[in-house]
Design a protein around this ligand. Sequence first.
Ligand code: G6P
Ligand code: MG
Length: 217
Amino acid sequence: MIKGIIFDLDGVLVSTDKLHFEAWKKLAQKLGIHDFTHEDNVRQKGVSRMESLEVVLEKTDNKYSAEEKEEFAETKNCYYVEMLKSLDSEAILKDAKEALIMLRERGLKIAIGSVSKNAPIILERTGLIDFIDEVSCGLDITRSKPDPEVFLVAADKLGLSYKECLVAEDSKAGIIAAKAANMKTLGVGPDHMNLDADYQSETLLSHVDWEEILSKN
Ligand code: G6P
Ligand code: MG
C-alpha cells in the first residue's frame, strides 16, 4: 500500500527546469557553444550540476581542467540563482499544489526527492515548503539520479519502507532511480509518455487516477 509520495522538484512541482535550461544556454554561449538545444537539456534532467556540465562540454572540442570545470559550474549556478531571486508561487506548475493538498488530506506523507542543491531556496520562495513533510535534496546525497540514493533518503526521512513510496518524476534518470529503489513511479510533464513509468500523466491531478494508484497493495 502506498503511504508516501516523493516528488521530484524541477519540472514536476515547479517550472524551474526552464530556468536551468536558460542558465546552461547562457554558460554554453559564454564558452562559444551556440548549438546547445532542448534535446541536450532533456539529458541534464535529474542529473547533478557537474554531470550536467559534461553534457554542455560534449558540444566543444576544447579540453578543460577540473578547476575550470568547477568554475563553469559555479558560473552557471550564479546565473541560475540570480533567476531564482524573482521566483514566487507563480512558478508552481498546474495542479501541483492541489495534488499536494489532496494527498495530505488523504493521510499520505509527502517528500521532495531532488538532486538540486537549490531545492530548499525554491521550496521557500514558492511557499511549497508548507505542503511538504520532508526534503531530500542535493545537500543530503553524494550520488545523483539514476542512483536511487536521493529517494532512499527521502523514504528514510518519512519513516516509510521503500515499497510504500511512489515517486513522481519528469526525467528518465529519475524513473530509473525510483525503480532501483523498488518504488512505484508516476511519469509527469511533457515527456511523460517516454519515461517508462508505471503510471503516466501530463499534470499531477487532472489526468492521474489517484484512486487506482492508492488502492493497489
Ligand atoms: C535537478 C535538475 C537538474 C540539475 C540538478 C542539480 O535534478 O533536474 O537539471 O542539474 O537538479 O541542480 P542544482 O540546482 O544543484 O545545480
Ligand atoms: Mg525534474
